[in-house]
Unconditional design. Structure first.
Length: 175
């Protein structure tokens, strides 16, 4: 059953969405077991459920070890050195899991950026060709005076990526 908004989209957009989803699913299938684990742990750490369980666990630990829960004998009296060690180790491990997840996310973002750059370069080349073709058509029909201006003429020339990179780097303030 299709969604109501699907009928409003051109079919090529739906196809693009499906291709993106398939690429994301393929990237998830290529994850190693350790990547899947640290992504799960990293995602779980940033939830309200995790924070609530941490608070409940800490409060329960303090209640037990201050002697407020009578049938249970305190095993980590104030200032709770065992709890302090557990929390310190947990903080180190949580930081490591989050950093590993961010590292993988960064790699995926880099891949997406490279794909976007490739698509943009292809689009720029296609657009340049189209402008050139339009200028040629204009010349054949003798309508160049209406269409041909300096900007259009410049846009009809294909720029190389190296030229763009050199221009960009020359404009950075650290030069």
């Amino acid at each position: 059953m299709s969604e109501p908004w699907e009928e409003l989209l051109p079919s090529f957009i739906s196809e693009n969405i499906d291709a993106i989803i398939q690429a994301e699913q393929a990237a998830n299938r290529r994850r190693s077991r350790s990547e899947a684990i640290y992504e799960f742990v990293g995602s779980s750490i940033g939830t309200l459920k995790f924070v609530a369980s941490q608070l409940i666990g800490t409060v329960l630990w303090v209640v037990i070890n201050t002697g407020l829960m009578q049938p249970v004998r305190p095993f980590d009296p104030f200032p709770f050195p065992i709890l302090t060690q557990i929390v310190a180790v947990e903080a180190v491990l949580m930081t490591a899991f989050v950093l590993m997840k961010q590292n993988r996310m960064s790699k995926l973002a880099d891949r997406r950026a490279h794909l976007g750059l490739q698509i943009n370069l292809l689009t720029e080349r296609e657009t340049t060709k189209i402008i050139g073709m339009l200028l040629e058509i204009g010349k054949r029909f003798d309508i160049q005076h209406k269409v041909l201006d300096e900007e259009t003429s410049q846009l009809s020339r294909l720029l190389t990526i190296e030229t763009l990179i050199e221009a960009l780097h020359s404009k950075f303030p650290d030069r």
